[in-house]
Design a protein around this ligand. Structure first.
Ligand SMILES: [Zn+2]
Length: 328
C-alpha cells in the first residue's frame, strides 16, 4: 500500500527506495526479495542463505518469552502480507503463518511439512515434495497434516536434517525470486549445510559415548536432537506436554519427574528457559540438590546470538559437557 503512495508521488525511483533503506517495502519485483520468518530461529536459517542479497525479517525475537504464545500485531500482519517468501515452523507452532501462507501468493517454506522428506525416508507416506520450494503453501491441508504428523514433536528446529532441508528450500525460493543471485543463494545454503553436518558429527560423538543414557527435559524442545544423539528422554510425557501447552503439570507427573531427578535416574536435566513456571523451577532446584547437571536450552536465539549453527553448537557443547560430568 505504501508502494502505491510512493508511486503516486512520482518522484522516488526504486533505487532511491532501496538506498533509503525502506525496510518494509522492498517486496515484489522492484527490490531484493523479502523473507519473513516467524521466529528468529527460522530467520537465522533464512539469513544464512540470503546473505546480503535479500532482506530477512523475523517476527518473534524475545529471548525471554514463549513463542508458542505469540500473536502477531497488525504491523506484523502487514509485514507478512508484503513478503515474497514466508519461512515458518508449521505443525501449529506458528499457525498464523500457516494461515497467512494459505492466503498469500508468497512462496511458503514450511519446516514441519518437510518431516517425512528425504532424511526421514522411513516415515515417508507418499507426500510429493517438489523441488521448486513453493509446494508447502498449497498441497498440505491441515487435515493431511494432522493425519500424517499429528503426534509428532513440533519443535522441528531441533531436527538438524529438517533445518538443512529448510535452507535448501529457502535457496530454491530465493533463486526463483532473484535468478541473478541464484548461485550465491545455493552456495550460502551449501555452506550452512556444512555447518549442520558439523553439528551432526558432534551428536554422533555423543551417541558413541552415551547411547541409551537417560536424560529429562522440562518441555519436548530438543526431542529430535536427543534422539539423534542416542539419548532417551525419561521425563513423564504428561509433564512435558503440559509445559509445552503453557499449563501446570499434574501433581502425579510432577512427583514422577521429581523422583527421576532426586534418584539421579536422569543424568542431565535439559531446561527450556522460555517455558518456565513454578513447577519447572522446582525441578531445577531438585536437580541442583541431587547433583544432576542442568543444561539450559532455548526456544529462540539468545540475545547475543544471531547465527543458527553457533547457537546449536553452544548448546550441544553444553550438553556434551554435562553428560561427561553427569555420567562419571
Ligand atoms: Zn516449545
Amino acid at each position: 500500500m505504501r508502494k502505491s503512495l510512493l508511486a503516486a508521488a512520482g518522484v522516488l525511483s526504486t533505487a532511491a527506495l532501496v538506498l533509503a533503506g525502506c525496510s518494509s517495502d522492498s517486496g515484489g519485483s522492484d527490490g531484493p526479495p523479502t523473507v519473513v520468518a516467524s521466529t528468529n530461529v527460522w530467520g537465522s536459517v533464512a539469513a544464512a542463505v540470503a546473505g546480503d542479497k535479500a532482506q530477512v525479517t523475523a517476527l518473534y525475537n524475545n529471548a525471554d518469552g514463549d513463542p508458542h504464545e505469540f500473536e502477531p500485531s497488525a504491523a506484523d500482519t502487514a509485514t507478512i502480507a508484503d513478503a515474497d517468501i514466508l519461512v515458518f515452523n508449521g505443525g501449529h507452532y506458528d499457525s498464523y503463518m500457516e494461515e497467512a501462507a494459505a492466503n498469500s501468493d508468497a512462496t511458503a517454506v514450511d519446516a514441519f511439512a518437510l518431516l517425512g522428506g528425504d532424511e526421514h525416508a522411513a516415515e515417508a507416506e507418499g507426500e510429493e515434495h517438489g523441488s521448486d520450494g513453493d509446494h508447502a503453501g498449497g498441497d498440505h491441508s491441515d487435515g493431511a497434516h494432522d493425519h500424517a504428523h499429528g503426534d509428532q514433536n513440533e519443535h522441528v528446529f531441533y531436527d538438524l536434517p529438517v533445518v538443512a532441508q529448510v535452507a535448501d528450500k529457502v535457496a530454491d525460493a530465493l533463486a526463483e525470486q532473484d535468478p541473478g543471485n541464484a548461485e550465491t543463494y545455493r552456495a550460502n545454503a551449501e555452506k550452512f549445510t556444512t555447518g549442520i553436518d558439523g553439528l551432526r558429527a558432534k551428536l554422533t560423538t555423543i551417541r558413541q559415548q552415551h547411547a541409551g543414557t537417560e536424560v529429562a527435559q522440562t518441555e519436548p524442545l530438543a526431542g529430535y536432537m536427543l534422539t539423534e544423539a542416542g539419548l532417551v528422554d525419561i521425563a513423564p510425557a504428561g509433564f512435558t506436554q503440559a509445559v509445552e501447552e503453557g499449563q501446570s503439570p499434574a501433581a502425579a507427573d510432577r512427583a514422577a519427574l521429581q523422583d527421576i531427578l532426586a534418584d539421579r535416574r536422569a543424568k542431565v536435566l535439559i531446561y527450556n528457559t522460555q517455558a518456565v513456571d513454578p513447577v519447572t523451577q522446582a525441578m531445577l532446584d531438585v536437580a541442583g540438590s541431587a547433583g544432576v547437571p542442568v543444561v539450559k536450552f532455548t526456544e529462540t536465539l539468545p540475545d547475543d546470538v544471531t547465527d543458527y549453527v553457533a547457537w546449536q553448537n553452544g548448546q550441544i557443547d553444553a550438553l556434551t559437557a554435562a553428560l561427561a560430568s553427569g555420567t562419571r
